[in-house]
Ligand binder design. Structure first.
Ligand SMILES: NC(=O)C1=CN([C@@H]2O[C@H](COP(=O)(O)OP(=O)(O)OC[C@H]3O[C@@H](n4cnc5c(N)ncnc54)[C@H](OP(=O)(O)O)[C@@H]3O)[C@@H](O)[C@H]2O)[C@@H](O)CC1
Ligand SMILES: [K+]
Length: 502
């Protein structure tokens, strides 16, 4: 499933109409029909539906859905914000079809009180006021209607985007529709995955409107959502004649006196995720505490680090911020014949070493949370959060790294700028230790997979799926511990492998 910007969606529509020859009215018909088909199974006879339409093509989709509702036995009122004379092009085509099919339009500007009453009594509001064409701050008359939709007790279903949400997810502080359900047309838009826009969407369903894949390719879209079916067809399979050395010989440099748990979580998660051989380097004083909990792990003293014979190195979880740790990070970067994962305190030291990132020949995976990303860029968390997609892309391309920008809807960016959004996971992961678990899973997957991006995406997906599955099966979002995540890897991995398609 592709994720698009406003401009990309417009280019996709243009190509489909101009080059494929599927006309605008046909696409609008498909869009409105898809919206109607999605709602139809739950409509009740006599149910009061208020359809709110704007001037552009989003309103046109609304006219199509409204035309189909005419014959469905519901009590429908169709409200247009502008004067009908202002409706042009494809939207006018479908406005006329709606009228000729027996529909009646009322204009909000002329009957304000009746509109307030209609929206107040409605069971369902269909919001087709503004879609991808909207930018900036809604005009005052639009804002008033947005507020009325939000005050309504009805279920609010937004067509394509909640009105007032800018499709590219730019930061905004005005009011936008807070939908219960958003029916996204063909491709999710960037806004769905970033704050503050994401809060407006409610449940999201993506509806096909018949746009061919070639239109998306022609628009140069290089962003997608990673779904279970992507995991299922990219899971690596073990060669029956393999041995432990075939599945990665990894060194994890982690832990400090204050944060021994981080080393344990990463190591245990890596073991549960299939790493063939794991060596762990922790400070000498920490080793006795955790060695008894990690019987499958070998230990490498910090004073005798040896990278020869390894197939990958991970550094960072719970490392601490004493200056000597910076040398460890530098040594890992300079040893450039194997892939590496850098997390947490490892990332803290990178800001002074970005040139080494660029020079390194083997893959580097960085897993910052927004705070670490902000530190790396010398900016603020809010600046990072305002443009997660762009910030990730610029950094990954500039320094040639795989960047995993964590958070709700983690964004994974490859060195070539291609981006993947992960949608698994929930607020149960907002707890110390869960990032260390991700590092362990990711490290293990990386060493067992020929394609770095697939390994990283699968690890992020699995990490979120663990939390999702735990809260579905006896846990709450409050009580999930890092250890719960790790011990839940077996059933979730089992499920994914049972359904593997490759
Ligand atoms: N063929 C296609 O492309 C297909 C498109 N499809 C559908 O069309 C939608 C995109 O349609 P769109 O491009 O017409 O824009 P849309 O979201 O209806 O809004 C445009 C209106 O917003 C207005 N406006 C602008 N800024 C504003 C502001 N600050 N505050 C208030 N108003 C503002 C602007 O008014 P103006 O500034 O010109 O007066 C303009 O009239 C897309 O989301 C999907 O639903 C599907 O049917 C499939 C085929
Ligand atoms: K809308």
């Amino acid at each position: 499933m592709h994720v698009v910007s406003r401009e990309e969606m417009q280019a996709i529509d243009r190509y489909t109409i101009g080059q494929i020859g599927l006309g605008g009215p046909l696409l609008m018909e498909n869009a409105g029909r898809a919206v109607y088909d999605e709602l139809a199974p739950n409509l009740k006879k006599g149910e009061k539906i208020c359809v709110v339409l704007g001037k552009g093509n989003n309103g046109g989709d609304g006219f199509v859905a409204a035309r189909m509702l005419l014959d469905s036995g519901v009590d429908e009122e169709v409200w247009l914000l502008p004067d009908p004379l202002e409706i042009k092009g494809d939207a006018a085509y479908h406005m006329n079809a709606f009228l000729k099919a027996g529909g009646r339009i009322r204009t909000i500007q002329e009957e304000r009180e009746a509109f307030s009453q209609s929206i107040g009594e409605a069971d369902l509001v269909i919001d087709a006021l503004l879609g991808t064409g909207f930018q900036g701050t809604p005009y005052p008359e639009c804002l008033e209607v947005i507020d009325q939709m939000n005050q309504s007790k009805a279920t609010v279903v937004s067509v394509d985007l909640p009105s007032g949400v800018p499709a590219n997810g730019e930061f905004f502080s005005h009011h936008a529709v807070a939908a219960d359900l958003t029916l996204t047309l063909e491709c999710p838009k960037l806004a769905q995955f970033v704050q503050p826009a994401a809060r407006c969407f409610g449940e999201v369903r993506t509806l096909s409107i018949g746009i061919p894949e070639v239109s998306v390719q022609q628009a140069g879209v290089r962003r997608k959502v990673w779904r279970e079916e992507d995991v299922r067809c990219t899971l690596p399979h073990r060669d029956p004649f393999s041995h432990k050395g075939s599945h990665g010989k990894g060194l994890l440099i982690a832990g400090s006196e204050q944060m021994s748990g981080a080393a344990f979580f990463s190591a245990r998660a890596a073991l549960r995720s299939g790493i063939g051989l794991l060596s762990l380097s922790v400070p000498d004083e920490v080793r006795p505490t955790i060695a008894s909990h990690l019987p499958e792990t070998m230990f490498m003293p910090r004073s005798a680090l040896d990278f020869q014979g390894l197939s990958g190195i991970a550094i960072g979880p719970g490392l601490g911020r004493e200056p000597e740790q910076a040398d460890l990070v530098r040594r890992v970067l300079e040893y450039d014949s194997v892939p590496c994962v850098i997390d947490a305190d490892g990332i803290y030291y990178l800001s002074g070493m970005t040139e080494l990132l660029r020079k390194r020949k083997s893959p580097i995976v960085l897993t910052p949370h927004p705070g670490e990303m902000a530190h790396l860029l010398g900016t603020s968390v809010s600046e990072v959060e305002k443009s997660r997609f762009d910030v990730s892309k610029q950094f990954a391309e500039k320094f040639g790294v795989y960047l995993v920008l964590k958070g709700r809807n983690t964004i994974i960016t490859a060195p070539d700028g291609g981006q993947v959004v992960n949608t698994t996971g929930n607020a149960a992961l907002a707890k110390g230790g869960s990032g260390d678990v991700l590092t362990g899973i990711l490290f293990a997957f990386l060493l067992q997979h020929g394609r770095t991006l697939d390994a990283v995406c699968n690890a992020v997906y699995l990490h979120g799926a663990l939390a999702d599955d735990l809260v579905k099966t006896g846990h709450s979002q409050l009580d999930v511990l890092a250890t719960d995540l790790i011990e839940h890897i077996p059933p979730v991995l089992h499920h994914l492998y049972q359904k593997a398609t490759c």
